[in-house]
Write a protein that binds this ligand. Structure first.
Ligand code: SF4
Length: 486
């Protein structure tokens, strides 16, 4: 018993034939799994496990390693033969393809299949996944009485113990996936044709490399597009980049300046010269608008798929961490680090409000959308929001090219920005490489009764303090080095 395709390789094929070919024949060319991808994967797993509570006491047929699938197939077959009421991760092999069903529930002569998605909405990709599962499970001989996707219910508000039947929403998609069976059959034939190829398909890069998922082979396929190409032109919309690519205008130098906006021209010149572009008068004007004491604010939200705090819903943003550096006119600084404890979101929000109240200038970095979230949070606890109108984002300085370097990216984090412009800090002491890691770490702390909870909370506070210090030093650098001082 062996197989050539699985749900994940079928999805790879639907995204790009070359991706499937490379995965099967040149897996060593795969990019390392990024921290962000791993987090999305882990989150999917934990929601899936949680959804078992809707249909409790099932028999688990899952397998950990790809080569351990045979016992799983046998166990699933035995469960079906014994009319087991609920089966988790039942495995099926047919048409040279293996799939697993998250939950199978006995219904009349057959089983209803439930697939769990750690999402609020149903996408076309989910329906295609489900259509493949339906196809293979049926070919394997099981009578499918219906097929549903289990998603998170955005209207659920936690109050005490989680109620799985209210937390999740069951969406019957049987008709939608039946109508996609021709699509699946065509896809299976196409994928098998790719597996039979003797050499790699000549598929070009395109926006499909990142849609619907970021491909595992970007490092390999994009290696000739990583330097001095149109793709390095910051500020040029993606559609325009692809338009140039289709016209075979790839070399950054060959793009005519007349066709570029001011921001794009600055990006191009700074990139090719690997140098700074700085507008000292603009920086000076911007800095002069700040008033002492200047507050530097770093703050973070978690968006747990499964709500942790009473009164919150799936994926609702919850403030959990902030750091404030207060710079006085005599150059003295005060720092305040705070992390959510004891699940008291109102007290925590009030503490931030107290810290910001009356401050004339509050500087943040790339937090415009998060400031809106803060406003909503303050309003929900009837806290004054005037102080939030004093928030000034430093990120537009980059976006408007008042301060820019050829190696900069428009969406770069403050940590990456500070590293690039040589702000002296001990970067190896940074606890988390991306903010999402800190967020997931916090979700774990809130969900688990760790003995060393205090140590973990201190790590989070130090992380925010570090990011906050990078903001502060970035501002000082602009002020002392790049803006005109008199
Ligand atoms: S990087 Fe793009 S072209 Fe290369 S395999 Fe992936 S999707 Fe296909």
């Amino acid at each position: 018993m062996s197989y050539s395709l699985s749900k994940s390789t079928f999805i790879k094929y639907l995204q790009c034939d070359k991706s499937l070919y490379l995965y099967k024949n040149n897996r060593n060319l795969k990019d390392p799994v990024s921290a962000a991808t791993q987090l999305v994967f882990d989150r999917g797993h934990s929601v899936g496990d949680y959804a078992h509570n809707i249909f409790p006491n099932g028999v688990d047929c899952s397998w950990d390693k790809p080569w351990e699938y045979e016992p799983s197939l046998k166990k699933t077959a035995a469960c079906i033969k014994n009319n087991t009421e609920v089966i988790y991760e039942g495995a099926f092999l047919a048409d040279d393809t293996i799939v697993a069903a998250d939950i199978l529930v006995k219904e009349g002569e057959g089983y209803h299949v439930y697939e769990v998605k750690s999402s609020i909405l149903i996408s076309e990709t989910y329906l295609r996944d489900a259509a493949l599962q339906y196809n293979i499970i049926q070919k394997a001989g099981l009578i499918i009485t219906g097929f549903s996707l289990i998603t998170l219910n955005k209207d659920y508000i936690k109050s005490g113990e989680i109620e799985p039947n209210k937390l999740f929403k069951i969406n019957d998609v049987t008709d939608q996936i039946r109508s996609r069976q021709l699509f699946v059959e065509t896809g299976l034939r196409g994928a098998k044709d790719v597996l039979a190829l003797k050499s790699v398909p000549n598929t070009k890069i395109g926006d499909h490399c990142r849609e619907p998922y970021s491909c595992d082979f970007i490092g390999h396929c994009w290696q000739n597009y990583q330097k001095e190409t149109v793709f390095q032109l910051e500020g040029l919309p993606d559609e325009k980049k692809w338009e140039y690519y289709r016209q075979n205008i790839i070399d950054l130098k060959s793009i005519k300046e007349e066709s570029l906006s001011t921001v794009q021209k600055i990006s191009k010149r700074a990139y090719l010269q690997n140098d700074y572009y700085i507008e000292p008068y603009s920086l000076k004007n911007w800095i002069e608008k700040t008033t002492y004491p200047i507050v530097f604010l770093d703050f973070h939200f978690i968006r747990p798929a499964i709500p942790i705090i009473d009164g919150t819903s799936p994926y609702q943003s919850q403030l959990y961490l902030f750091s404030i550096i207060k710079l006085k006119e005599d150059n003295q600084t005060e720092i305040k680090l705070n992390v959510l404890q004891d699940y008291d979101l109102e007290a925590f929000t009030r503490e931030l409000s107290n810290q910001l109240e009356g401050m004339p200038s509050i500087l943040v970095y790339n937090k415009s959308t998060d400031v809106e979230k803060l406003k909503n949070l303050f309003l929900s606890y009837q806290l004054p929001v005037d102080c939030l109108n004093k928030i000034v984002d430093m990120h537009p300085l980059l976006m408007e090219r008042k301060f820019w370097h050829g190696q900069m990216k428009e969406n770069m984090s403050i940590a990456d920005l500070a590293k690039l412009i040589s702000v002296q800090m001990q970067w190896d002491k940074l606890e988390f490489s991306i903010p999402e890691q800190a967020n997931v770490f916090m979700e774990d702390v809130l969900n688990t009764n760790f003995k060393d909870k205090e140590i973990k909370l201190t790590k989070l506070k130090n992380y925010s303090g570090f990011i906050n210090t990078a903001q502060f030093r970035f501002f000082n650098l602009l002020k002392n080095k790049y803006s005109i001082t008199n």
